[in-house]
Design a protein around this ligand. Structure first.
Ligand code: PGA
Length: 234
């Protein structure tokens, strides 16, 4: 099973900082299985490199009078490979409710999609129910699953340095695989994300059926991202 690493840079870096980041990343990362998701304004500096490139969000429409938005069609025309859809920060801060449309328009335009699912702290008790609903809602009427990846990111583990036990992660990955098998008869890559760092990556990487990781804060330090890469893509 081929593994991948998604590096979500979120809304970080000034122009000077991003230039420095790119110069280090260009030296360290020469593998298309690493996907970097910069803020939109910096995307042009990251394209056509030895790593892959992704967009952190797209609009659900193809084109038109939607001030401040970016479409999947535009992303594809810039040689962007991946779209991150339904990240918890978008669900929480921006009331994201177009996940299904965003997945369909991204796939239609030839982007690979990483769909994020995960429960809030107060939903831990019934995590299966939450994830089941997120997946069913997100994949309504999706017909082609070839370019779809799911990232399990418990919201309480994102940016907190707190993580589920590996047994818990294993359990949820198995649960997601079961939903996908029973409902759509598919087997697609599943990633884990939430407080991954260069120290815990060895343990996480041993989890069966895990196709890689989605990394936030640790990906802002090129050396840390590289260490994670060395473990996951060895
Ligand atoms: P984190 O973020 O690694 O900082 O927890 C993960 C994510 O938001 O995808």
């Amino acid at each position: 099973m081929e593994k991948i690493i998604a590096a979500n840079l979120k809304m970080n870096f000034t122009y000077e900082e991003v230039k420095e980041y790119i110069s280090k990343i260009d030296e360290l990362i020469d593998d298309k299985r690493v996907i970097i998701f910069p803020g939109n304004i910096y995307i042009p500096y990251f394209i056509n490199k030895k790593y892959s490139i992704g967009i952190q969000n797209v609009n659900e429409k193809e084109a038109g009078a939607y001030t401040g938005e970016v479409s999947a069609m535009q992303a594809k025309s810039m040689n962007i490979d991946y779209a991150l859809i339904g990240h918890s920060e978008r669900r929480i801060y921006y009331n994201e409710n177009k996940i299904n449309d965003k997945i369909k328009i991204s796939l239609k335009n030839g982007l690979k999609v990483i769909l994020c699912v995960g429960e809030k702290e107060e939903e831990k008790e019934y995590v299966e129910k939450v994830i089941h609903k997120q997946i069913i809602d997100a994949l309504d009427n999706v017909k082609d699953f070839n370019n779809l990846i799911i990232a399990y990111e418990p919201i309480w583990a994102v940016g907190t340095n707190v993580m589920p036990t590996t047994d818990k992660i294993k359990h949820i990955i198995k649960y997601i695989k079961t939903i996908l098998k029973n409902k759509y008869n598919i087997d697609i890559p599943i990633l884990y994300g939430g407080s991954i760092n260069e120290e815990n990556i060895n343990k996480i990487n041993e989890i069966d059926d895990l196709s890689g990781v989605l990394v936030g804060s640790s990906s802002l330090i090129p050396e840390k991202l590289n260490k994670i890469k060395e473990v996951v893509l060895k």
